[in-house]
Design a protein around this ligand. Structure first.
Ligand code: IPE
Ligand code: IPE
Ligand code: MG
Length: 232
């Protein structure tokens, strides 16, 4: 079985650059390139959804110059994805709170979502200014507003109702979460949605993560016994 939905914490760009005595920005650029290449392979394998962590709500705490570089890189790559959309079948959408992004960047996200919404190939979901806790807080706020306006009975709130308020409301939960760069943590990624995802961590740094590495992760996934709390 291949996962229907793969999620990736693309970590290690900084260390990749440091090893080469290069600035962070070079690592981030190599990371963006790695995603472009890998998403084509992921589409060929037949995975339906790919959700990747591009920028977390905590990443604003990095030096201003690095944040600026990351925003610039997103601008450039999203434009490339817009240009590519004519010749490929990938759908792209975004999760996270985009109100803090520059208006022109927000506009690019909107355009990409709009022009790819009817594509039937791999659905790539980019998490930009995304935090799992922030997403749950925003969902809770929406529910509280509906309840306060008398449109929602608080007793009717269950897991489905809350799921429908999340940024991922239309997506199935990830089956497999891969983290590159070796750290054994979630760093606030998809806290709700990863409840029963299988985990795979590799020391490989994100810009070095190739289809060969992905195959290793998929092979590991195939050997897992997913019990979902039951007794098979
Ligand atoms: C991940 O690479 C990309 C982002 C967080 C935007 P890092 O920049 O965190 O790389 P390391 O962890 O410092 O190596
Ligand atoms: C997670 O990586 C966020 C992204 C990959 C975008 P970080 O490098 O920000 O995570 P921590 O700080 O090591 O937990
Ligand atoms: Mg990191």
């Amino acid at each position: 079985m291949i996962p229907r939905h793969l999620a990736i914490i693309m970590d290690g760009n900084g260390r990749w650059a440091k090893k080469r005595f290069m600035p962070h920005s070079v690592g981030h650029r190599a990371g963006a390139q790695a995603l472009r290449k890998l998403s084509e392979e992921i589409e060929k394998i037949g995975i339906k959804y790919l959700t990747v962590y591009a920028f977390s709500t905590e990443n604003w705490s990095r030096p201003e110059a690095e944040v600026r570089e990351l925003m610039g890189l997103m601008r450039e790559y999203f434009q490339q994805y817009i240009d590519d959309s004519k010749k490929n079948n990938m759908r792209m959408s975004f999760i996270g709170d985009h109100s803090r992004l520059d208006p022109d960047l927000q506009q690019k996200l909107g355009i990409l979502e709009d022009i790819t919404k009817d594509k039937t190939g791999l659905h790539v979901v980019l998490a930009v200014n995304y935090g799992g806790r922030d997403e749950i807080v925003r969902a809770t706020r929406k529910l509280a507003k509906e309840a306060a306006q008398g449109r929602l009975d608080p007793e009717k709130i269950d897991e489905d109702v809350l799921s429908k308020m999340l940024d991922t409301s239309t997506l199935p939960d990830p089956d497999l979460i891969i983290r590159t760069g070796g750290d054994l943590r979630l760093s606030n990624f998809l806290l709700w949605q990863l409840a029963y995802a299988e985990m795979y961590v590799t020391e490989t740094l994100w810009p070095d993560f190739t289809v060969k590495e992905l195959e290793k992760a998929l092979y590991s996934f195939q050997g897992r016994d997913r019990r979902f709390g039951g007794r098979p």
